[in-house]
Every structure is written in C-alpha cells, then in structure tokens.
Design a protein around this ligand. Structure first.
Ligand code: ISJ
Length: 352
C-alpha cells in the first residue's frame, strides 16, 4: 500500500486533488490523482469519475476519470495492534445542547410534523502528529467491511471516513441498495436483541426506499432485516435490489434516494427543513454521498457504486471535525441518543 499512499502524499504536497478508497470486503485500494486543481461539477450524473456530494445537494463535485491518473494496489488488511489515544469527554454544555435538540425533535414528532428525523452534531478534536498514510491504513485495517476513503481537493478540503451504508450500486439497469438504521453498542458477546424503537426506525427506511424505487423499477426485492456490525456498533440492515425501468436515469434514482430517512427523516421535506433550521451547524459533506460514478476502476465494466458519507471527519489545520447523528422517533430518549452519538464518534477517534 506504501506506493499508493506515497502518491497521495505527493499529490497533497502539490495541492492537487485526489481520492483513495477501498470498497467493503475488498483488498484493493484505488486512487484517482487529478492532474490539475480544477473543481469539476456533476451536472447530470452521466459523468465518469469519483463523485463527492454534500447533504443539501448544493455541492456535487467530481474527480473526473479522464483528468486523472488511476492506480490500484492490493493491500494487506491483516489486523495488527492499533494504538488508541484517550479523548476527553465533550463538555456538559455540548451534551445539553444535543439533548435539547433531540427533545425538540421528539416534540415536533408528537405534534405530527414528521415521523422520524435524524439529528446530528459536530465534534472538534485536536490532532497530534496527524499523518494521512497512517490514519488511512488504520481505517482500512480496522473497518474491512466498510467503504473507507480519503478525499482531498484544495477547494473543498480533506475528508476521511469508513461508512457502512451503501446509497446505490447500479450496473446498467440492475441495482442494489440497503436500509440501514437502528444502533446499539457492541458488548462483545451474546445475541443482538433489538427494541421496538430501533426496529420501527429501520422499517421506516425500508418502506421509504422500496416505495420510491417501485416508481422507477420493474421489480424490487428485499431481505428480512438482520444485524450487522460496523466498528464498535451494530445496526439493522435490509438488502434491497431489483431491476430499473429502461427509461429511468441514474440522476432520477439518486434524487429519489438521497437523502434517505436513514440520515434525514420522514417525510423527507419536513424533516430536512427541521434539520436545516435546528441543527445549528452546516453538515457540509457529512450525510452526503460519494463513490464511483459510471466507472468501476478495478474492473472493465461501467457501473456506479455510491455510499452515504457517515462515520467521517474533516481535517482542518491541526483539528479534526467529527460528525455523528441519530435517528429520532417518538420513542427516543435524549440521553440515549447522546450516548449513541458518543459510540459513533469512536469509529474515527480510534484512528486518530
Ligand atoms: C447518521 C448516522 O448513522 C445513521 C443512523 C443510524 C441510527 O439512527 O441508528 C444508523 C445508521 C445510519 O443510517 C451517523 O453515523 O452519523
């Protein structure tokens, strides 16, 4: 992996855009190294390259395939010891603010403004000797079942993450996606039991995704919900796949899916408005999406493979901004949602 990490460091020194990524359960790290510092935009999702899109849909950027040098190396995902730093707990004021936000979300649900809303926060941590190569390697080794990436553009900044959530995989008219929601901390033993609240919030996501896809697909299939582990938390997941109508476009399908109720809420418009009005910070690229657009660099086939930008962080000077959110329903308890956000923050803290 050193060769590709050196290339990334080199690119960074020259202030040129690049992305490094490793798909879930793959041992191939792929890099796109853009040969100029232009900020390319996606216009209609027929472009080819690596897309990086914000939550609000206002920024959808591309590292174009035809402007980049592309490299792929097989990496060793074998586990080794990962040194973990201690972090101090966020302040009582930070906790109070988040719990107040969650309580406000619950009240809005009780007033029937919407059924579910995903509320999030941003946490700043100081970096100690941040080294891109070391951190990326740790991400790949610690989270082999996730989509691990590092995206850099001089006009956007640097983001890294290890997300368990696929937004859409599409190859001609065959698609795959998932409904992922509900969270509990891994206790290291025993059967994973889900409470009604988590089952319900995940079911909302499945129902929404299936219903919007039925409008653009010939057929949609779903599995039963099952438990999956992502870092030190478990989620409930349903696999969804099918065949799109021949006249449906990738742009249309992405527009229907993003943002799903796994990261926004239900109904979409009302919950999104609540988020934009009440979260009090800019999610930026967190809960946006990213990945291969009409390209599949490890194979010759043309396909798209997009992921939701979760369990991620933004590197700004000597600090990292960590982002985490929780699905709120009528049965949420603010303090539990706070703990869930702490558990989710560990995914990135473990590699810093
Ligand atoms: C919003 C996040 O995760 C999403 C919310 C989940 C939940 O509410 O339980 C679970 C998985 C993701 O769909 C996050 O990690 O920041």
């Amino acid at each position: 992996m050193e060769v590709i990490l050196d290339k990334a460091q080199n690119q960074l020194q020259q202030n040129l855009p690049f992305v490094l990524y490793c798909k879930p359960n793959s041992d191939m790290v792929i890099g796109l190294f853009q040969q100029n510092d232009e900020l390319y935009k996606v216009h209609d999702f027929t472009e080819k390259g690596f897309v990086f899109a914000s939550f609000d849909g206002n920024q959808t950027y591309l590292i174009p395939e035809n402007q980049s040098e592309i490299a792929g190396v097989v990496c060793d995902k074998k586990k080794g010891d990962v040194f973990e730093r201690e972090f101090k707990d966020p302040s009582a004021a930070t906790k109070n603010n988040f719990e107040r936000l969650v309580a406000k979300g619950i009240q809005a649900i009780e007033k029937d403004e919407f059924k579910k809303v995903v509320l999030s926060r941003k946490e700043t941590v100081d970096l100690v000797d941040f080294d891109l190569a070391t951190v990326f390697e740790k991400l790949v080794r610690l989270y082999p079942a996730t989509f691990v990436y590092c995206f850099f553009h001089p006009k956007v900044g640097m983001w890294l993450g290890a997300t368990p959530e696929q937004l859409l995989k599409a190859n001609v008219n065959v698609f795959e996606t998932m409904a992922l929601a509900g969270t509990q901390k891994d206790s290291g033993s025993g059967e994973i039991i889900w409470e009604k609240k988590e089952k319900e919030e995940q079911q909302y996501v499945t129902d929404y995704i299936v219903s919007v896809l039925q409008g653009v697909a010939l057929e949609v299939s779903v599995t039963q919900p099952y438990s999956v582990k992502a870092g030190s938390v478990w989620h409930i997941k349903t696999d969804i796949w099918g065949v799109l109508n021949s006249n449906s476009s990738l742009q249309q399908v992405i527009h229907l899916l993003h943002p799903t109720p796994a990261v926004c809420g239900l109904p979409k418009e009302q919950s999104k408005a609540f988020i934009l009005e009440n979260e009090n910070y800019d999610r930026s690229f967190y809960t946006g999406f990213l990945g291969e657009l009409n390209s599949s660099f490890a194979t010759d086939s043309v396909s798209s493979n997009l992921f939701v930008n979760l369990r991620c962080m933004q590197i700004v000077a000597s600090q990292a901004y960590l982002y985490m959110g929780c699905g709120i329903t009528k049965d949420s308890v603010p303090e539990k949602e706070w703990s869930e956000s702490i558990n989710k923050s560990m995914t990135m803290k473990k590699v810093l």
